[in-house]
Ligand binder design. Structure first.
Ligand code: GDP
Ligand code: MG
Length: 163
């Protein structure tokens, strides 16, 4: 696959759920190097006929609290360095947190294309969070539910504009 996509965002926004949704049962290469910045999973993502390489940034949940921000930043920067486009997930049900703004800044500085995704958008509890996501200044969010498989066609459209 030509297009490489990195899934980034703070813990618990649904990155791995989206990764699993995109990759399905196809084998993922697991890079698990403790203490290194590149512990992550890769696989071949598919939405319909669209194929791409997808990288899940993982393992941050185990980082000591005092280094979490630094590790998130380092791992995110490594993933987007290898990627053509970043899928930046936020949790539309919880609304934005300070870490989301932090990630938004890291992504803005990286200068790579960003597709902003308002995940957990399967019900009206996500409406406020969806509109709040505009305040990140990264364009119109794609409303998605990784868990329920909703919004994938809109994500495919956004990816095709990057291909
Ligand atoms: P990560 O830390 O960003 O990789 O997030 P995970 O994929 O591990 O998901 C964190 C939690 O959010 C889990 O309990 C998921 O089941 C839940 N989750 C993921 N996607 C959705 C979604 O679209 N809707 C809802 N309601 N929950 C979701
Ligand atoms: Mg994860």
């Amino acid at each position: 696959p030509r297009l490489t996509v990195a899934i980034v965002g703070r813990p618990n926004v649904g990155k791995s759920t989206l990764f699993n949704r995109l990759v399905g049962r196809r084998l993922a290469i697991v890079h698990d190097e403790p203490g290194v910045t590149r512990d992550r999973r890769e696989g071949e993502g598919r939405i319909g006929d669209l194929r791409f390489r997808v990288i899940d940034t993982a393992g941050l949940e185990d980082a000591p609290a005092d280094s979490l921000a630094g590790r998130m930043r380092t791992q995110t920067e490594a993933a987007i360095e290898d990627a053509d486009v970043a899928l930046f997930l936020v949790d539309a049900r919880s609304g934005l947190m300070p870490d989301d703004h932090y990630f938004g800044e890291v992504l803005r500085r990286a200068g790579k294309p960003v597709i902003l995704i308002a995940n957990k958008s399967e019900g009206s509890a996500s409406d406020a969070g969806y509109y709040e996501a505009f305040s990140l200044g990264l364009g119109e969010p794609v409303a998605l539910s990784a868990e329920h498989g909703l919004g994938l066609a809109d994500l495919a459209d956004a990816l095709e504009r990057q291909a």
